[in-house]
Design a protein. Structure first.
Length: 269
């Protein structure tokens, strides 16, 4: 007797992260329902075993410029999906910006209480969306993501360095990065492990300063938009993730991606 493949609905399947998740679903032979903003209304009432919500807004500046719009994109859209779609497990792709201080594993452990009053508007909206998932989904998994590289990269500081755009943060800022293709493989590994009612950080191991990335690209002095830019450092706790997979090295991930860009003559699509 054969077992039917599970059905996975990827919300935001045409986006930067969602497209990698959808491709991994196909690679694994699961039955894929790919949904984006253009066919969302037609998908209402669809049923799946696993719903992966990769549809949240990732433009941090939008929360400061237009908080009401960002609320709709990051919070209201989650509430809609929780009631418009039928699912077994709800997998919500959130952000490590729910941590007020992302600079240390001690302050970014998944069990550290979040004080919403200390969060940026963007981080606060991401935290609100998590609470909706925990309240409304009978079975859930929340994945707090860090920075990314990968095919179809269209923004972030790595993109700026690759395209010659000026940095909007201090060049000594350091971040953790994961290739979206590696992220998708890790995500399905966590789902297959049966994780539920769990929050887990998923990002690259170790932080790399942007100035070092600029050196790899042969940029002695990376351009910046202004003086006195914010100096940021992300060092997200990964102990919970290490119980299930070995997190890829940020340094090796970025170097491999830059080499891929050199080989292809641009950012892969």
């Amino acid at each position: 007797m054969t077992t039917s493949p599970i059905t996975v609905l990827v919300l935001g399947a045409k986006g930067f992260v969602g497209s990698a998740v959808a491709a991994e679903a196909v690679q694994r032979g699961v039955r894929l329902l790919a949904v984006d903003q253009h066919d969302y209304d037609a998908a209402r009432g669809a049923a799946c075993d696993v719903l992966i919500n990769a549809n949240g807004n990732s433009r941090k500046y939008l929360a400061a410029q237009d908080p009401a719009l960002e609320f709709d994109l990051s919070v209201r859209s989650v509430e809609r999906s929780l009631h418009d779609l039928r699912f077994g497990l709800y997998v919500h792709l959130s952000s490590c910006d729910v941590y007020a201080d992302p600079s240390s594993p001690a302050t970014t452990d998944e069990d550290v209480p979040v004080d919403p009053r200390r969060l940026s508007q963007y981080g606060f909206h991401k935290w609100l969306a998590e609470q909706l998932v925990r309240h409304d989904a009978r079975r859930w998994l929340i994945v707090r993501m860090g920075g990314f590289v990968g095919p179809r990269l269209w923004k972030n500081s790595i993109h700026d360095l690759l395209t010659g755009a000026p940095l909007r943060v201090h060049p000594d800022s350091a971040y953790q990065y994961l290739d979206t293709r590696d992220f998708a493989r890790i995500l399905f590994t966590l789902i297959a492990a049966g994780l539920e009612e769990t929050i887990i950080n998923v990002t690259g191991d170790g932080a790399v300063p942007l100035r070092e990335v600029a050196d790899w690209l042969g940029l002695a002095a990376p351009p910046v938009v202004a003086d006195n830019l914010p100096l940021e450092r992300y060092e997200i706790a990964l102990d919970r993730l290490r119980r299930h997979v070995v997190p890829p090295s940020t340094r090796e991930t970025v170097q491999r991606f830059l080499e891929e860009c050199r080989r292809l003559g641009g950012i892969p699509t």
